[in-house]
Write a protein that binds this ligand. Structure first.
Ligand SMILES: Cc1cc2nc3c(=O)[nH]c(=O)nc-3n(C[C@H](O)[C@H](O)[C@H](O)COP(=O)(O)O)c2cc1C
Length: 170
């Protein structure tokens, strides 16, 4: 599978098989994240890998009761150990850097037959309590990971080029 195939095949997975993710596959997914670029190569990302089923269920509750989050065999809790650095362009670097790493992971997962879903709907303080995450660490996203019930790629609902791309000037 090439990168574009993975981009086209990835979709949000909200139903997972009751099948564990092999350690080798999990490590390959994490390696794709580890190799991601980051501002000044600061690599502020930190990942808590949750496999324990009771903890996954508690995370699902902290994610607004999105039960599928706890049904995946793995939940990647993507964190940042950050000093809140703002780049010259005015943007915080850590949410961008963590997102790049996670996106690498979503594409590596597709190649391995695995599925993911970005989860931004969660209560950070509850997630930190559940996992014992220190106060100075930010939780950026949750990401369930597992074998999809239905891996078939779907047509993506996206804006057309002429709405999102401008050439040479706005
Ligand atoms: C930053 C971010 C946060 C998201 N949070 C959630 C979420 O909490 N729950 C959920 O079911 N989907 C969530 N999604 C998934 C989006 O709804 C989904 O990516 C979008 O509708 C496009 O569909 P696709 O991923 O199947 O291509 C999130 C996606 C992103 C990128």
């Amino acid at each position: 599978m090439n990168v574009l195939d993975a981009v086209k095949s990835r979709k949000s997975i909200r139903k997972y098989l009751d099948r564990p993710v092999e350690d080798s596959k999990l490590n390959t997914v994490l390696e794709a994240g580890r190799l991601a670029p980051s501002a000044s190569n600061r690599q502020e990302w930190r990942f808590v890998i949750v496999r324990e089923s009771g903890t996954r269920k508690r995370l699902a509750e902290a994610a607004g009761g999105q039960t599928f989050v706890g049904e995946a065999p793995v939940v990647v809790v993507a964190c940042a150990k950050t000093d809140g650095r703002v780049m010259r362009c005015g943007q915080l670097s850590y949410p961008i850097d963590v997102a790049i790493a996670l996106d690498h992971m979503t594409l590596a997962a597709v190649e391995l037959g695995l599925g993911t879903c970005w989860i931004g709907l969660f209560e950070e303080t509850r997630v930190k309590e559940i996992l014992g995450i220190p106060e100075d660490i930010r939780v950026v996203q949750l990401m369930p990971l597992g074998y999809p019930v239905d891996p078939t790629p779907v047509e993506k609902s996206r804006l057309p080029f002429d709405m999102i791309v401008k050439y040479d000037h706005w």
